[in-house]
Design a protein around this ligand. Structure first.
Ligand SMILES: [Fe+2]
Length: 269
């Protein structure tokens, strides 16, 4: 079983690149299940719409996770109640629409749990992510409730993500970070068999400031009024591919994937 996780899809060019290329990648790499973080996939680079979610599902995506921008397109408040394949962080206040954890059926017959979390440091106010995770671990178990568990930790700081990775070690198939839009090179299998990478990076144009137009972003640091727009342009597809052990639910290997655009590719075209 191979599971593919793609980092934050940014703007129109980010999502069109995924829509155009995903089926080929899935076929070539024999991928069985795909999760993407889609909270920046709208044209403005914030939020996601129903039409965009459907385009991503039609291109081969199984589950979409989100984060701090989940409600930036108003329609999501209703859409998320109808669409089980769209998750919001589990540790938003409990009366928030939608869910942050669900169990899905993969095409090859496995139960895949996907848990979407959001950090507490330098992020929007949400419930304590470690307390929520502890409760989650007491309730759900790998190989009992699901065959595999994938955790998207949407957060700003490295230490919080790494601590969460170790906290889930042996209890999740993979813990990956999203939100910073920059891929880290610390991908590895941890001591008890959980695959980990602090941040997967974005599917966006890296000739930018985390996906937004670089001039406007620099102006902001000089306290000039500027309106951030998505840096449309050549996209680097950033993700990780794991090969999992069907019997233990843990990971055998984790491999970063970078295709196209500004960043050095991980493989030949
Ligand atoms: Fe984010």
């Amino acid at each position: 079983m191979r599971i593919f996780f793609l980092g934050d899809i940014v703007g129109k060019s980010g999502r069109l690149t995924i829509i155009k290329n995903l089926k080929d990648i899935l076929e070539k790499k024999k991928i069985d299940f795909v999760i993407v973080n889609g909270e920046n996939a709208a044209d403005q680079g914030v939020g996601i719409t129903e039409a965009i979610s459907n385009e991503l599902f039609n291109s081969g995506v199984d589950v979409i996770t989100t984060g701090n921008h989940v409600w930036d397109q108003k329609e999501t408040i209703n859409h998320i109640e109808r669409e089980e394949r769209l998750l919001r962080p589990e540790n938003l206040s409990s009366n928030s629409p939608g869910k942050g954890f669900r169990i899905y059926q993969s095409k090859n017959g496995f139960k895949v749990g996907v848990l979407n979390l959001m950090g507490n440091v330098f992020m929007k106010k949400c419930d304590d992510v470690f307390e929520v995770s502890k409760k989650f671990m007491n309730k759900y178990k790998l190989k009992k409730d699901y065959d595999f568990l994938i955790v998207d930790f949407h957060g700003e700081i490295t230490s919080e993500k790494m601590a969460m990775g170790h906290f889930f070690d042996g209890k999740a198939t993979m813990v990956v970070g999203t939100h910073t839009h920059v891929p880290t090179s610390d991908y590895r299998i941890m001591e008890k068999g959980t695959a980990y990478q602090t941040d997967v990076g974005m599917c966006g144009n890296y000739d930018s400031v985390i996906g937004m137009d670089k001039k406007a972003a620099i102006d902001r640091f000089f306290s000039k009024k500027s309106y951030l727009t998505v840096a449309e342009g050549e996209i680097t597809i950033c993700g990780v591919l794991i090969e999992v052990n069907d019997f233990t639910g843990k990971s055998n290997s984790i491999k970063p994937i970078r295709i196209g655009g500004t960043l050095k590719p991980t493989e030949e075209k």
